[in-house]
Design a protein around this ligand. Sequence first.
Ligand SMILES: [Fe+2]
Length: 151
Amino acid sequence: MDVLQRLIQDHRITEQRFAEIEKTSKKEAERRELLFAKLREGLEVYEVFEEEYLYPEIDEVFSAKAVVAEALDEHVEFDAILQEISEILANKHEWLEKVCELKDMVRGHARKEEEKMFLDRLDRVGHDLWFHVIARTPLISVKARKSTPPY
Ligand SMILES: [Fe+2]
């Protein structure tokens, strides 16, 4: 599995986490908190990995400043809404509303990454340049990514 496949897999895992949260009721506040903690950790790890390793490579190899800047802005928005959610009681209606708002943002972001940043670029530049990015971007486990610099 390469970096690209790994990130796309991360997107699918994140979607599943949102779906799990959406199935909960107000009475399951504790479970909601647990699922949210997992979702938050996953998203934060994913952001750090992209910001520190993948986006700089994409920018350098493809001169993709605008695409990368937009993606970075969206990561900042995720952080803000993650913080907002963490400050709302999980048995409140607003809690799930905010989670759904975040889900839509993350889904749009992931779609743009997959279609514009990853796959469209792969189609346009071919495998050689993408391979160059992938070869220079470390692939390590999600947990290790968070605690240890992957090189
Ligand atoms: Fe991203």
